[in-house]
Design a protein. Structure first.
Length: 152
């Protein structure tokens, strides 16, 4: 083929370390905006970014020249460096966990995933992150060992 074409929707989920301070509500909007800028910079198109105080959901179109692993490395490294500049409490005590979950999204389900990401605060009034993450893994038939899911 003379050119490479792709359209891959990716939903990622990532969490702070257990020793990290949580992300304050008043800082989340700026953090998500910064993450969107990182995605744009590496050629990925941010569609939705939202979360709560301890984790983030990100839906984007993955660039055909960037792997999921590279995208997540960039988002987590750069956002961690940035958040440490906005308040001393983050400088000493903020960190993302090493891992993440990444899931392909069918174009027919993009609107549903956008609504799910938009509804994070309401969703987590009744559901823990652990329950949510395990449910997502099961929904996508991702094999996992629960003994290793919750270590930093």
């Amino acid at each position: 083929m003379p050119q490479s074409l792709s359209k891959l929707y990716i939903h990622t989920v990532f969490h702070i370390k257990s020793t990290s301070v949580t992300i304050r509500n008043e800082d989340r909007g700026a953090l998500y905006e910064y993450m969107g800028g990182i995605l744009n910079h590496i050629g990925c198109l941010p569609i939705r970014i939202n979360g709560v105080d301890d984790h983030v959901h990100l839906l984007c179109l993955l660039s055909r020249t960037v792997s999921t692993a590279k995208m997540m490395e960039e988002v987590k490294q750069r956002s961690s460096c940035w958040i440490k500049t906005i308040d001393p409490r983050y400088y000493r005590y903020f960190a993302w966990q090493n891992g993440y979950g990444a899931f392909s999204v069918s174009p027919s389900l993009v609107e549903r995933v956008k609504k799910y990401i938009d509804n994070q605060e309401e969703h987590h009034r009744t559901t823990t992150f652990r329950d949510e993450y395990v449910a997502i893994l099961k929904d996508h038939d991702v094999p996992f060992d629960e003994d290793y899911l919750w270590t930093d």
